[in-house]
Design a protein around this ligand. Structure first.
Ligand SMILES: CC(C)(COP(=O)(O)OP(=O)(O)OC[C@H]1O[C@@H](n2cnc3c(N)ncnc32)[C@H](O)[C@@H]1OP(=O)(O)O)[C@@H](O)C(=O)NCCC(=O)NCCS
Length: 187
């Protein structure tokens, strides 16, 4: 792995992957990446109204976007407590480039960035078969009994096809997240 002046990581030194953190201007490239991988983005936006990322962490090979993960700032109510959390979503690596550590680099970068925010953990939604992937990065399953915000002040249950995963950040970190209400749109 190599690092360049932008804090760039590469999984294969002969073909360096450049990481860039962007706030905007990624939509067209991301749509193109997702279009090439039909049905592969298992996230709440497929069935619910979802938030676009606030920050995009992009992996480029030369000028091509080959991987992406998004971060949002959100909040959860659990029991009588309400806490700010970072939300991780829109994780996708081009199928031509999977298995070379790029997904892991993106998740590590998201955790590192969210660690600078004043939040108690980082939350993601994924299909159940991806839980072992997230567990590699310190996430554990959260819930059950998860609801998410929808337009007009409505709430909706998290679709049964999705599970939530939680990684404490802090201090003070929230070690375990059980049943919770996401106070905003999912991501
Ligand atoms: C999930 C995804 C992002 C992983 O990207 P990737 O670049 O292939 O991941 P990495 O190569 O960094 O894998 C990191 C580790 O996780 C493991 N891993 C990868 N996919 C996994 C899975 N589905 N389940 C369990 N472990 C997995 C890898 O074997 C690797 O382990 P290693 O470090 O021991 O070699 C990629 O497969 C993808 O884009 N999938 C489709 C979109 C998707 O499901 N997004 C998530 C929506 S929540």
């Amino acid at each position: 792995m190599t690092t360049d002046t932008d804090g760039v990581a590469a999984s294969r030194p002969e073909r360096p992957v450049r990481l860039a953190v962007r706030q905007s201007g990624v939509d067209a490239e991301l749509a193109e990446l997702a279009r090439a991988e039909p049905g592969s983005l298992g996230h709440p936006g497929e069935t619910l109204v979802a938030l676009p990322p606030l920050l995009h962490i992009c992996a480029y090979l030369e000028d091509e976007l080959i991987g992406h993960v998004g971060l949002v700032l959100s909040a959860v109510r659990h029991g009588i407590e309400t806490d700010d959390v970072a939300g991780l979503g829109h994780l996708l690596v081009s199928s031509r480039h999977r298995g070379h550590g790029i997904g892991g680099i993106l998740v590590h970068a998201a955790i590192a960035l969210a660690g600078d925010w004043d939040v108690r953990g980082i939350l993601g939604f994924c299909e159940p078969d991806l839980v072992p992937f997230y567990e590699r990065f310190g996430f554990t399953p959260a819930g059950p009994g998860v609801t998410v915000g929808q337009p007009g002040g409505r709430t909706a249950p998290l679709p049964a096809s999705l599970t939530s995963v939680w990684r404490p950040l802090g201090p003070p970190a929230l070690a375990v997240l059980g049943s919770f209400e996401l106070l905003g749109l999912p991501f």
